[in-house]
Design a protein around this ligand. Structure first.
Ligand SMILES: Cc1cc2nc3c(=O)[nH]c(=O)nc-3n(C[C@H](O)[C@H](O)[C@H](O)COP(=O)(O)OP(=O)(O)OC[C@H]3O[C@@H](n4cnc5c(N)ncnc54)[C@H](O)[C@@H]3O)c2cc1C
Length: 387
């Protein structure tokens, strides 16, 4: 089904993204990213030069000013995924959808002046650290503390599962600045790579997204200057997270739809070229029916995701609508890619094939950004009006 949300500017931008992927998302480079467990900095800088990152940075700071218009970021992610690199799409998304928005929405003028121009050019890359070894879904259970001292804060604690945690230069970090677990007991601090006592302690070995680093971070008496508090006052962190989480969930839904569509394309191509019992696999009735199901599901996913992007651009994507689209699309993605793997036979299980990589990448879409169980809780609360 023809999607209706893009205009000629997006199509022209898609050509630029395609050109970048052709040059940079080659099989050789992708294998190198997987081997290193991270995207190299030169690629990220080149992406910024092509105008593919820094999209959510306002124009006055050198970015594209597209924080509220998700379509350009959707195009970039789509092309990276179709080029077989979910990791590259992930690295772009963490910077533009998870880190930059906190500075744009809540940062002081001084903070914006200091960081955003370099975040627009990819010189400075950001990450977002909420999760801890003892607290993921239940964010109010975090234990990383930021104690007020002369001129700033002393931070102690640990974070885990932080995407771009090793390669980022600044980390928007969720900390406790107050007692108890009331929403106003938390703040966000911008913690800089190189601050004494801040370490990227370990890079995690994951099931998928092999080319994108996910790290543990540790903080031992890290002095963070008061100017790195995100927002005008302490105690805003929880509310700030709640305001940005719909964007994070939308970005997962968009990636899920892109991966499902890419999976359909790879499966169609593979089954057309593969023979069995004297015919092409694509001509078995089962294959035809599965492809029909996959194609229909992809169309419905896009119809839903495009509507969510539209609502987001108008500032109308509510927390429960974002939760719905995140859990529903990530589950459809899983089903579509599973069909794709099956239709590839044994080759679907080989990481040399993009369908296998997309399948393992997809698994985490049901876990991060808030698990799909937590998403259902949010939706159920809205549906029933009960806690
Ligand atoms: C590859 C990867 C990248 C990530 N990137 C980031 C990142 O950049 N920044 C960041 O801060 N975090 C990141 N995360 C962390 C991720 O958001 C958490 O793993 C996720 O929110 C779940 O938290 P948890 O792992 O502590 O699981 P838990 O919260 O311990 O959940 C365990 C199980 O209990 C279920 N559960 C929990 N609460 C409820 C409930 N109320 N009702 C029903 N079931 C419930 C969960 O759904 C899950 O099935 C990443 C994780 C991964 C795997």
């Amino acid at each position: 089904m023809q999607r209706a949300i893009f205009n000629e500017d997006h199509e022209a931008f898609r050509d630029v993204a395609k050109e970048f992927m052709k040059r940079f998302a080659t099989n050789e480079r992708r294998a190198a990213w997987d081997e290193a467990g991270e995207i190299d900095r030169e690629t990220m800088k080149a992406a910024a030069e092509y105008g593919l990152i820094g999209l959510s940075v306002p124009e006055e700071f050198g970015g594209a000013g597209m924080l509220n218009d998700f379509r350009f970021r959707a195009v970039v992610g789509d092309e990276a995924i179709k080029a077989g690199s979910g990791s590259l799409a992930g690295a772009f998304g963490i910077h533009d959808d998870l880190a930059v928005p906190y500075l744009v929405h809540f940062g002081t003028d001084a903070m914006k002046q200091k960081w955003l121009p370099r975040m627009a050019t990819g010189q400075i890359l950001g990450a977002l650290a909420m999760t801890e070894p003892g607290a993921g879904s239940d964010l109010r259970g975090v234990r990383t503390t930021a104690k007020k001292v002369d001129g700033g804060y002393l931070v102690n604690g640990a974070k885990t599962f932080i995407s771009s945690g090793k390669t980022s230069d600044v980390v928007v970090t969720f900390v406790k600045t107050g007692e108890g677990n009331r929403p106003d007991a938390f703040s966000l601090l911008l913690i800089e790579d190189g601050m004494e006592g801040f370490e990227h302690s370990r890079t995690l070995h994951k099931m998928g997204f092999h080319g994108h680093d996910t790290a543990e971070l540790s903080f031992t008496d890290v002095f963070v200057p008061a100017e790195n508090l995100i927002g005008e006052a302490e105690g805003q962190g929880f509310i700030q997270l709640m305001k940005n989480l719909p964007l994070e969930r939308l970005s997962i839904a968009v990636a899920a739809a892109s991966a499902a569509e890419a999976g359909l394309g790879w499966t169609l191509e593979y089954t057309t070229n593969r023979g069995a019992f004297g015919q092409q696999v694509v001509d078995f009735q089962n294959t035809r029916f599965r492809l029909a199901e996959m194609a229909t599901t992809v169309d419905v996913m896009w119809a839903y995701v495009d509507r969510a992007m539209d609502l987001y651009s108008k500032g109308e994507l509510s927390a429960d609508e974002a939760a719905k689209v995140k859990f529903w699309t990530s589950e459809r993605e899983w089903e579509v890619l599973d069909m794709g793997v099956q239709l590839h036979g044994g080759y679907g299980y080989s990481m040399e094939y993009p369908i296998a990589r997309a399948f393992t990448d997809a698994r985490v879409h049901r876990i991060y950004g808030g698990t799909n169980e937590v998403m259902r809780e949010i939706v159920a609360r809205a549906v029933t009006g009960r806690k």
